[in-house]
Design a binder for this molecule. Structure first.
Ligand SMILES: [Mg+2]
Length: 394
């Protein structure tokens, strides 16, 4: 049996509950208690983007064809996505997390990793840190989230899903092996439908089943890289870094849609929230990129990249987004349905070497940096990120 995975780090994963549907319910109290389905128009070929927990009781789930959802739930509330609104609420969520720890890495519009190493020492334990985080997110947005805390990203992410919705699960280093043992191997990174079936074919269903196999056997059956990863994950070993190491070559975010997207607004708002995540990571790490990259995947895995290199580096959300959106618009693929879209920066430079795009962006940069600093130190009130006595989301 492998030794206990020891780690001095503690990582928290925060995942908003039924995010798009929750925002819609928050904005319209008449929807309380009703199944809410956010996604394509019933009758179209699209899919469910998100649905409330009431809708899930009818068997609905995200990525389900909207026509199937409509058959199961014909009289309920169908809403088209408002990505701009969700992106706005997402920024509030990330601002709330920045009050808990300065090390926040957003990984999607409604999820983030937070390094909470050492926070338990002076604030009453890891459970208390988790509760404080949930309170901060709720105060800032009026929405619930699920929180998982563990010694690395893998455990934190599995833990945040463990008691969803409104969950809080803490897995201490000494409890990792027991926590993982009975879980399906599908909770592990890289185990999708195909590898899941292959594992099942080899008689491996739970993480404990997996832990009983040797690394050479796993490598022989599933390939050297996958075998190595499975072997490590079965023992709860994974990365405990949040926000990268500072030696990285690029910062990027990409999103795979549940089905091919024809709506350009969805592509644009997705890129906008990705650019926000990229910009905030870059500013936190004190870097900026001279090259802006865009990745576009069309139906059938046809993948294209576009990039443009500038004389001066940037780490500003708005600038990254504008350059990325321009690259997309000039890509020649705007009339094709999009399966995946991604944006990033590379050719990273340390902040001290930075020169600025223009006077205008100098102002934008100083504003963005000031905001990051103030939110990290004093929290939301200082930068007017909320209006307390009114609707906390406006
Ligand atoms: Mg979520």
């Amino acid at each position: 049996m492998a030794e206990e995975p020891l780690s001095s780090h503690m990582i928290m994963h925060v995942d908003m509950d039924a995010f798009f549907a929750a925002v819609e319910k928050h904005d319209n109290p008449d929807l309380e208690g009703r199944p809410v389905i956010v996604g394509a128009r019933p009758g179209s070929r699209g899919v469910v983007a998100a649905c409330s927990y009431e809708a899930r009781r009818f068997g609905l789930h995200s990525a389900m064809p909207i026509s199937t959802a409509y058959k199961l739930c014909p009289h309920e509330v169908y809403i088209r996505p408002r990505m701009k609104r969700y992106a706005h609420v997402s920024r509030r969520v990330m601002a709330a997390l920045a009050m808990v720890s300065p090390h926040v890495e957003p990984t999607s519009i409604d999820e983030a990793f937070v390094d909470v190493t050492g926070l338990d020492r002076h604030s009453g334990g890891l459970e208390e840190t988790g509760r404080r985080t949930k309170d901060a997110v709720f105060k800032e947005t009026g929405l619930t989230c699920s929180v998982g805390i563990g010694p690395n990203r893998l455990i934190a992410k599995i833990a945040s899903d463990f008691e969803k919705p409104d969950g809080l699960t803490v897995v201490r280093p000494g409890a990792v092996l027991d926590f993982l043992a009975p879980l399906s191997v599908s909770v592990l990174r890289g185990v999708g439908k195909k590898l899941g079936q292959q594992l099942e074919g080899a008689g491996i269903r739970t993480v404990l089943d997996l832990r009983k196999r040797t690394e050479p056997e796993l490598a022989r059956r599933f390939g050297a890289a996958a075998g190595k990863k499975l072997f490590a994950q079965a023992r709860g070993i994974a990365s405990d870094l949040v926000g990268g190491t500072g030696t990285r070559k690029s910062i990027s975010k990409e999103t795979t849609f549940n089905e091919d997207v024809r709506d350009r607004d969805v592509v644009r708002e997705t890129m906008r929230s990705q650019a926000t995540a990229v910009g905030s990571i870059a500013r936190r790490e004190g870097t900026a990129g001279r090259t802006v990259n865009v990745k576009i995947r069309l139906a059938g895995f046809e993948t294209h990249t576009r990039s443009r290199t500038f004389e001066k580096a940037t780490n500003l959300d708005g600038e990254i987004f504008r350059q990325g959106w321009t690259l997309y618009q000039k890509s020649g693929f705007t009339n094709r349905p999009v399966r995946l879209i991604g944006i990033g920066i590379s050719n990273l430079e340390k902040k001290s070497q930075l020169e600025l795009f223009s006077e205008k962006s100098d102002k934008e940069r100083r504003l963005a940096e000031a905001k990051d600093r103030i939110v990290a130190r004093f929290g939301k009130n200082a930068v007017g990120l909320r209006s307390p006595r009114r609707d906390p989301l406006t």
